[in-house]
Design a protein around this ligand. Structure first.
Ligand code: AP5
Ligand code: MG
Length: 219
């Protein structure tokens, strides 16, 4: 089974939605750097509060901080069988650090899934998004509503709107994605690890495409 996976894609492309479903199916953790940083900010740690100043502007948090968080997270017990990285790496130095970290422990990446959506559909996805405070599950007021208004279907947690999900910050995040993260598409294509998924259709159909990609080569 492919069990060391990356979800790459712009803001609001559906990385979290798909990564969470796949993680449940494969029984491995979804490691979202955005969620880790938001948790640290909510706890009021020094790292979290410093990160929040970048996140609220739509800018990237410095590589060193994010790499450290991921290294700590993937070293935990529940990651022994594998993990799905959601939103990491996001710069070439982060990707190179990840390669080094894996090499040092004799592991390798199995697959990078690029979740591809044109910028034109992103603003509506993000301004209508709601997130569970308890488990970070993503919802959408129109496209993926919770069964009971403002309550998470999975854990009953309260739903809220992210501070960076406003039109101005979304535009900034899109720019940052194109400039700093998109070069990773070529980086992973050159390593033969990249698969692309058209993520404009319904959530279930996209998930089926992803399941097929993960199953390829499975024995
Ligand atoms: P992060 O939390 O990773 O935000 P992001 O990359 O901007 O991505 P999103 O979480 O907004 O979108 P998503 O692709 O997960 O979409 P989702 O599934 O929720 O990062 C936030 C910030 O943290 C960054 O800006 C940066 O500051 C910092 N950061 C994080 N990682 C970093 C790193 N590695 N380095 C440096 N800084 C870092 O879906 C979006 C919405 O659309 C939802 O409402 C969902 O219900 C809906 N939806 C999903 N799929 C569909 C569909 N097919 N059709 C209709 N609606 C859909
Ligand atoms: Mg996300």
């Amino acid at each position: 089974m492919k069990s060391r996976l990356i979800f790459l894609g712009g803001p609001g492309a559906g990385k979290g939605t798909q990564a969470q479903r796949l993680a449940e199916k494969l029984g491995i953790p979804q490691v979202s750097t955005g969620d880790l940083l938001r948790e640290a900010a909510a706890q009021g740690t020094e790292l979290g509060l410093a990160a929040k100043t970048f996140m609220d502007k739509g800018a990237l948090v410095p590589d060193k901080v994010v790499v450290g968080l991921v290294q700590q997270r993937v070293a935990q017990d529940d990651c022994r069988k594998g993990w799905i990285l959601d939103g990491f790496p996001r710069t070439l130095p982060q990707a190179q650090e990840l390669d080094e970290t894996l090499k040092a422990v004799g592991q390798r990446l199995d697959l990078v899934i690029e979740v591809n959506v044109p910028d034109s559909v992103i603003v509506k996805r993000l301004t209508g998004r709601r997130i569970c405070r308890g488990c970070s599950a993503p919802y959408h007021v129109e496209f993926a509503p919770a069964k009971v208004a403002d309550k998470c279907d999975k854990c009953g947690g309260e739903l809220y709107q992210r501070a960076d999900d406003n039109e101005k910050t979304v535009q900034e995040r899109l720019e940052v994605y194109h400039k700093q993260t998109e070069p990773l598409i070529g980086y992973y294509r050159n390593q033969g690890l990249l698969k692309q998924v058209d993520a404009t259709g319904p959530i279930d159909g996209i998930f089926r495409q992803i399941e097929d990609l993960v199953a390829v080569g499975q024995t």
